[in-house]
Design a protein around this ligand. Sequence first.
Ligand SMILES: *Cc1c(COP(=O)(O)O)cnc(C)c1O
Length: 405
Amino acid sequence: MLKLDFHPAGRHFLQIPGPSPVPDRILRAMSLPTIDHRGPEFGALGLQVLSGIQKIFKTTQPVVIYPASGTGAWEAALTNTLSPGDTVLMYETGHFATLWKKMAEALGLKPEFIGLPGIEGWRRGVQADAIEARLRADTSHTIKAVCVVHNETSTGVTSNIAAVRKAIDAAKHPALLLVDTISGLAAADYRHDEWGVDVTVSGSQKGLMLPPGISFNAVSKKAIEASKTAKLPRAFWGWTEIIEMNKTGYWPYTPNTNLLYGLNEALDMILEEGLDNVFARHDRLSAACRLAVNTWGLEVQCADPTVYSPILTGVMTPEGFDADAIRKTIYERFNMSLGTGLGKMKGRMFRIGHLGEANDLSLMATLAGCEMGLKIAGVKLAGSGVVAAMEYLAEQKIPPLKIAA
Ligand SMILES: *Cc1c(COP(=O)(O)O)cnc(C)c1O
């Protein structure tokens, strides 16, 4: 056992934007015995999760499940579809978009990184018109893929993927569209088929409420076609063999059996609640959270109200207050973890996660911890965000809990 030198009462508040808290139902499902991954029981489980996950991506195409973190599925998306030296158009929305670009460079691709300059670019989503303009100028079609992040977890800003699709179509450009919704899936509306996405990358430990350890590539027919001629080396990540074996519910290697039990349970929970209700819950919690931040007199990182993230809220700390020192105070005093500022935002912001199994009361506890922590840290607050959020939540018309007959 990991020994801590303290034993805090109650549960830890894991309010970072992933990993998100894992519900008891999922933890129990994962505690089942590990079975033979070539046996009959496993095949049934495999088929069940592979078809269930398609509903979450809103696709009828294959979804590849890797025993890897999201970063692995990023690599899979690039290596399956592209060749050494290919130019890819990537859009800088924040730290995760920047990391994906670094990976593209490391793999021998030529990323062109566009975006609004400085911190401003980290406060807004993808500007689809800039993508359209760049693609129109690329008359020889050297750009092979457009890569964007749907929910930029480092800032709390989403991007309009349908608008990016439109931009590519308007430019009549054949580039593939690759989208990272590692933190957006099962929390923000996402439509792989309808939005014409070629590869959607996601992971387990955010909206899906699972521990880290599995990740996904939802693919399109066009992406599969591209994979037949793409020349970047790939072995473990190669789609062909996995998709072939998945038809019977198995994998070419040992999959992450217990996490797949968890995924099966998570899919049940999400589909029982209903995807639209899940999205509405995230929207409601994020609206209450932003109201609290504004009532404190602090600024939300996202500067464009049309692309606020339902998953997390980035809170900018006032001049002279180190966001990480405030996070440390809150952790030590209230046993709550908040997200640190990443990259360009280090020390200037903290991130409040309200994703996965989050509900009204877990958000209220989180906001109370933040409000008390900010006060302890000496930040002068304009008003009580907790009171404002409570009033907002109390006014919302939510269908009452009912016991099924
Ligand atoms: C979490 C996250 C990643 C990285 O995923 P890992 O599971 O840590 O490898 C990439 N992109 C986004 C948007 C994320 O939220």
